[in-house]
Design a protein around this ligand. Structure first.
Ligand SMILES: [Zn+2]
Length: 258
């Protein structure tokens, strides 16, 4: 995402000369005018990604933080006048190109932060040694595995889909604390988290390069997510079940995940 955006940005970093927060809820609790005030007149210095957040450093000493959530997409179009109907916010560069935030379901967020801002996020799985992962697990002896994985302050990047997929890959129950799991299964999970995110990023990148729409997870070949009632892909004879955890749906195989 950040890489593709960097590739798309107009050469010579022209300043942002105009913009609009089409849907004010995108910047809540910040006022759209405040976000625009820190953005218009500035040029983009850098584009970074931390966990699920895109961070755009501006010459105004601000950082534009975008959380794409499920259906958000951020990209540059050659002429901002041709933005489409799902555009929730847009910025026009001095050369007429546009930075466009599209989000059909409008779940994504955009906020203005001070320079140097870092989201309160744990490490990403691929940057986390196994010993560090085990240490985190020990600190949460009673937290159900799925909720543990989705807590971005512990581990960054695993949303609802990818947490369910990693637990299926490691054959771990979403409802039991990881502290009760064997070292062998914890190793499998540690590997699965990194694998799932790597696959997610590559499938996302494929999706991003298509014209039209991209939704996180849309291109992901999920084994359990959103497959309630379907036979388990491991051919164990059971069907995928759905339960509620922390207000979200969890999908899992009751036979394979223990
Ligand atoms: Zn199964």
């Amino acid at each position: 995402m950040a890489r593709r955006l960097r590739e798309q940005l107009p050469a010579g970093s022209p300043a942002i000369v105009a913009g609009q927060i089409v849907r004010p809820s995108v910047t809540r609790p910040q006022a759209p005018e405040d976000v625009l005030a820190g953005t218009i007149g500035a040029a983009i210095v850098a584009v970074r990604r931390t966990g699920k957040h895109i961070l755009i450093d501006l010459t105004s000493n601000h950082v534009l933080e975008i959380h794409l959530r499920m259906t958000g997409n951020l990209f540059v179009i050659p002429d901002v006048r041709f933005r489409n109907a799902a555009t929730r916010a847009w910025f026009e560069f001095a050369n007429g190109a546009g930075l466009v935030f599209e989000d059909p379901r409008a779940l994504g967020k955009m906020h203005l932060r001070e320079a140097g801002y870092k989201p309160a996020l744990g490490p990403e799985p691929e940057d986390m040694p196994f010993e560090q992962f085990v240490e985190l697990v020990r600190k949460a002896p009673r937290t159900p595995a799925k909720l543990f994985l989705m807590d971005q302050a512990r581990i960054a990047g695993l949303g609802n889909i990818y947490a369910a997929e990693a637990l299926f890959a490691a054959k771990l129950s979403p409802g039991k604390p990881l502290a009760e799991a064997s070292v062998r299964k914890l190793r499998a999970l540690h590997q699965a988290m990194a694998d799932v995110l790597r696959e997610a990023k590559s499938s996302a990148y494929r999706g991003y390069t298509d014209p039209g729409h991209f939704g996180e997870g849309e291109n992901y070949p999920a084994a359990v997510y959103d497959r309630e009632g379907e036979p388990c892909v491991r051919n164990c004879g059971r069907r995928i079940q759905r339960i509620r955890q922390g207000g979200r749906s969890t999908y899992y195989c009751p036979a394979c995940q223990r």
